[in-house]
Design a protein around this ligand. Structure first.
Ligand code: GDP
Length: 213
């Protein structure tokens, strides 16, 4: 039997998770923390809750992300007292009004402008879909803010191995990303969990550019 990728033998072992609270509106409350922050973004239904639950594997974590109302907020979790995981609200949900759809932008932009500790973003894209206008707008915004970005391609178990490999190349090409920036991921099979944890560890440990003389 194939062994599930064993993240506990990877470099980042998640031992401790503490919910710090949610930021619900522009300029609203956010935690006062000097730890590095790693944020997760993606359109609704891309598989963000599944990916985060697979990474963190804590019931308390899953409970917070399922709480009604929290899905529209930016939720902050302290991990191992080493960094803060920032769960950004899913964007571009087809079943809500245009007005509501646009809400994520000012909230996320307000977070990005106020944080001084953001070391990187994991942007989730469904491996089977073409990146949407919102996805591209998010990537452009991240490039403009000069935030190091990793793209996690979700739900790889829905494609054959060969088709998934091809999609990785195609998506990297259309979005002009380096292949090291793209990590295929499946919450169902565990594919990519260790690679993603390692990439996050690298971002957390990277020296921010502002500190490099
Ligand atoms: P979110 O809205 O981005 O938080 O997305 P969810 O994590 O709630 O997932 C949306 C849907 O996609 C659910 O029906 C999940 O069961 C499904 N899903 C999420 N991750 C995977 C995956 O890795 N593989 C498969 N096959 N389905 C997934």
């Amino acid at each position: 039997m194939a062994k599930e990728p064993d993240a506990e033998s990877g470099r980042l072992v998640i031992r401790n998770v503490e919910f710090l609270g949610g930021m619900a509106e522009r300029e609203g409350w956010r935690p006062d923390s000097s730890l590095p922050e790693i944020a997760f973004a993606g359109r609704s239904n891309v598989g963000k809750s599944s990916l985060l639950n697979s990474l963190v594997r804590r019931k308390s974590f899953a409970r917070v992300s399922r709480t009604p109302g929290r899905t529209r907020e930016i939720n902050f979790f302290r991990i191992n007292n080493g960094f803060v995981l920032v769960d950004l609200p899913g964007y571009g949900y087809a079943r809500i009004s245009k007005e509501k759809k646009a809400e994520w932008k000012p909230l996320i932009q307000s977070y990005m402008r106020r944080t001084t500790q953001l070391r990187g973003i994991v942007l989730l894209l469904d491996i089977r879909r073409e990146p949407s206008d919102d996805d591209r707008a998010m990537l452009d915004f991240l490039a403009e803010m000069e935030v190091p970005t990793i793209v996690a391609l979700t739900k790889t178990d829905k494609l054959s191995k060969a088709a998934a490999r091809e999609r990785v190349v195609q998506i990297a090409r259309v979005l002009a990303l380096e292949s090291e920036q793209v990590i295929p991921f499946s919450a169902h099979s565990g594919e990519g969990r260790r690679e993603l944890l390692e990439a996050i560890t690298d971002l957390v440990q990277a020296i921010p550019e502002a500190d490099v003389q």
